[in-house]
Design a binder for this molecule. Structure first.
Ligand code: KG4
Ligand code: ZN
Length: 340
């Protein structure tokens, strides 16, 4: 770590979490997230409501992050914000706030790619957590993305496989919805799966190109299966919720592991890091740890609070951009889609 004191404020507002974090020389001083409960009753994120909630939350969240860090805003070295990818209306709130704050404090601005940040969360200085070494493979699994990324350096990342339809988080959430679980259903599927039999209901695995993924077929087969069962027994879901969740989760994990094995074979890289909201999944974490012995991989699972959307990951990405002197222009604009 450099001898200088680098304080980075990270701001994240790409989807439905308003988050701010303060990082000192790569170490987290505060990590505040305001999750927007409002979307639950609509069964998914409503972009208009998300952007309005960001506007309400951003000032108190940043204020709280600075307070918890115990520093004054004048001590900040730079401000890092999520430029994209994400929902335009949501991104605009964080982007314009970051720009005006950097301008007012007369400090540099750092524009961050949300997907790169999910991966760079592995570089936050944390006791008991090792950092991956370059090159490594990252499996980024979130509500919006499913990618296998070859990471050659902090900002040198190449997508070598990705979903051709739904993201893995969507597969969890949509399956959960079919089972009548509230949004976002991923964590609930995880919870019920822990009590269920993963072999109870076998679902087919999709056939897609080399390192790519497909999850829309799984959702459809779950839907047809449930409809058929409910016709015979209206209480089917209630009576089999745990087994259904365990079976769905096992199918998803199998799909992910198949492609990871192929990616390792293809690249010769045996260091695997997972990132993104779905890497909070306990089944995925367990399977990956088992792969260390089974396939002699070295695996990296981030600390729980750095998996779902957070600003600590934006701040650490900002830290490395700051070290490179790679600052954003004040004219920078939010972008809904940005390549890795
Ligand atoms: O990275 P993230 O917070 O937001 C996006 O950028 O998309 O990921 C959110 C996704 C949601 O689909 C949510 O259901 C899923 O991550 N998720 C989980 C778990 N925790 C969050 N899926 C399965 N098991 C979990 N424990
Ligand atoms: Zn995310």
């Amino acid at each position: 770590m450099p001898a200088q004191n680098i304080y980075i404020l990270g701001i994240e507002s790409s989807c439905d979490d308003t988050a701010a974090a303060v990082l000192h020389n790569g170490r987290i001083l505060s990590n505040v997230v305001a999750t927007q409960e409002i979307h639950q009753k609509y069964g998914g994120v409503v972009p208009e409501l998300a952007s309005r909630a960001h506007q309400q939350n951003i000032v108190p969240v940043i204020h709280e992050a600075l307070k918890q860090a115990g520093i004054d805003k004048k001590q900040l070295s730079a401000i890092a914000f999520t430029r994209g990818p994400g929902l335009m209306g949501s991104l605009l709130v964080g982007t314009s706030f970051a720009k005006s704050m950097a301008l007012a404090l007369d400090i540099p601005l750092l524009d961050i790619n949300h997907m790169q940040a999910h991966i760079l969360a592995h570089f936050i200085e944390e006791e008991g957590f090792q950092k991956p070494q370059f090159p490594f493979l990252a499996l980024t699994i979130s509500g919006g993305h499913t990618q296998i990324v070859k990471v050659s350096d902090y900002f040198e990342m190449e997508v070598i496989g990705q979903t051709i339809d739904d993201a893995v988080g969507e597969a969890f959430d949509k399956s959960a919805k079919i089972l009548g679980l509230p949004y976002p259903g991923g964590p609930l599927v995880d919870k019920y799966a822990q009590q269920g039999d993963p072999k109870a209901f076998p679902f087919p695995k999709p056939k897609v190109g080399h390192l790519d993924f497909s999850f829309s077929g799984l959702k459809t087969s779950i839907l047809y299966f449930v409809q058929k069962q409910v016709k015979e027994n209206p209480d089917f879901v209630q009576e089999n919720l745990e087994d259904m969740c365990a079976s769905i989760q096992a199918t998803i994990i199998n799909i992910l592991m198949d492609k990871l094995k192929k990616a390792v074979k293809h690249t010769g890289i045996k260091q695997i890091a997972i990132a993104g909201g779905v890497s909070a999944n306990s089944g995925i974490r367990k399977t990956l740890k088992e792969a260390e012995h089974k396939y002699q991989w070295k695996t990296f699972v981030p600390k729980f609070e750095y998996t779902t959307d957070n600003a600590a990951m934006i701040a650490i990405a900002g830290h490395y951009k700051f070290l490179k002197g790679d600052f954003a222009d004040m004219g920078v604009t939010a972008k809904a889609r940005i390549p890795m």
